[in-house]
Design a binder for this molecule. Structure first.
Ligand code: PLP
Length: 401
């Protein structure tokens, strides 16, 4: 089936159907979980041809696996990519991409607000092998363009960012990157392919933590990279050797989760917008970060490049970290956990979750207030979530004053 020609306006259908035909087995309507590590061949010549990639098939599940391939194909189609390859986690996808694209002496340009693990790669691991990572102020597109113009091998973007929901203009920055021959990579975890397609805006590669919205049920880790076939081929080759392969059971759970991706994201977009508006008007709330609010710094860019604004928002209470600490235990309709993007609302304080690896100084540099609360909205009835926040905020007022 040529799903690629049918993308526009059909993402809900693609989320359900794409990628699954090849992997069906004996008429089963669902993709099987192929736990086999190896694949047998009577004919040594056929085996050899599969190994050389001259005929379809699988050899060894660290390299390819039918369940994993179905997951990769679904993401590939939803992102409108030429090729896709998957990983055991989002960080495996990001680090493998960077270690494939970069060599000692290369320069990478990115922004200060990226996911904490990605930031650690930039600040700790890449410099160890002689790769310079220049991190610009996230809201300053001119500064990013200036640094890119000095030359770089990779321009790495994340939009919206975790956890301050800043938005980068992908088309504008991709153009700047291509002017100097850089590979433009975008982490699309927060937006998902339902809300935003970075490749259509000029990016070369898209990475995802599939652990989040793609899977959507907080029960499987995974990562994926998709985009230009020549680049994905190299990244796949690196993954064959570093071994950070996605496991079949996780691939199945992610694949099943993705069937409801469009439905979930639509609901999470609506819920998050309502909650952002509620928090914005609340007297105890200092600031709300959500790209769908007209007060958001990059609202115009977000409207231009996103179809919806996503299920994550963050906010800071007037009482700082003490108030955030008082708020979390009072919430009844939210897991207090490090994850995001699940069907259940999940809440965390970046200081103790996504950016726990960073020092207070680094968090300040990334513009993350110590009392910031990251709120990943689930698919619950939004009035229940608002009522929950309301009662919790009353208790915070009583305890912190
Ligand atoms: N990218 C973003 C934007 C994330 O939020 C995360 C995790 O929170 C990652 C990458 C890393 O993904 P994983 O936890 O699957 O390794």
């Amino acid at each position: 089936m040529d799903w690629d020609r049918e993308r526009a306006g059909h993402l809900g259908t693609l989320a359900v159907w794409a990628g699954e035909e090849e992997a069906r087995w004996q008429g089963a309507t669902q993709v099987p979980v192929v736990l086999s590590v190896g694949y047998g061949y009577f004919d040594v010549d056929a085996w050899y041809e599969v190994a050389l990639g001259q005929r379809p098939g699988h050899i060894y599940s660290r390299n390819t696996n039918p369940t994993v391939a179905a997951f990769e194909e679904k993401v590939r189609v939803l992102e409108g990519a030429e090729a896709a390859t998957s990983f055991s986690t989002g960080m495996a996808a990001i680090s493998s991409t960077l270690y494939t694209l970069l060599a000692p002496g290369d320069r990478l340009v990115s922004v200060k607000d990226t996911y904490g693990g990605t930031n650690k790669l930039f600040l700790e691991f890449l410099p160890r092998i002689g790769i310079e990572a220049v991190l610009c102020n996230t809201s300053d597109h001119e500064e990013i363009e200036r640094e890119v113009a000095k030359g770089c091998r990779v321009l790495y973007l994340e939009t919206p960012t975790n956890p301050t929901l800043k938005v980068l203009d992908i088309a504008r920055l991709a153009e700047a990157g291509h002017r100097v021959g850089a590979v433009v990579v975008v982490d699309n975890t927060f937006a998902t392919p339902i809300n935003q397609n970075p490749l259509a805006l000029g990016a070369d590669l898209v990475v995802h933590s599939a652990t989040k919205f793609l899977g959507g049920h907080a029960d499987a880790l995974g990562g994926v990279v998709c985009g230009r076939a020549d680049l994905v081929k190299g990244i796949y080759h690196y993954r064959e050797i570093n071994g950070a392969a996605l496991e079949a059971m996780s691939a199945y759970l992610l694949l099943r989760g993705m069937k409801t991706l469009a439905l979930r994201i639509q609901r999470q977009n609506e819920n998050a917008f309502r909650i952002a508006r509620f928090l914005q008007d609340h007297p105890l709330v200092e600031v709300v970060y959500y790209p769908g609010l007209e007060t958001h710094e990059q609202y115009a860019v977000a409207r231009r490049q996103m179809r919806g604004f996503g299920g994550v928002l963050s906010f800071a209470l007037k009482g700082g970290f003490e108030a955030a600490r008082a708020l979390l235990p009072q919430l009844r309709r939210a897991h207090r956990a490090a994850n995001l993007g699940a069907v259940e609302t999940t809440v965390g304080v970046p200081r103790t979750t996504s950016h726990v690896e960073s020092t207070a100084e680094e968090r300040r540099a990334m513009g993350i207030p110590e009392g910031l609360v990251r709120y990943s909205v689930g698919i619950e009835d939004v009035d229940d979530l608002i009522a929950d926040l309301e009662q919790a905020l009353v208790k915070v007022q009583q305890s912190v004053g």
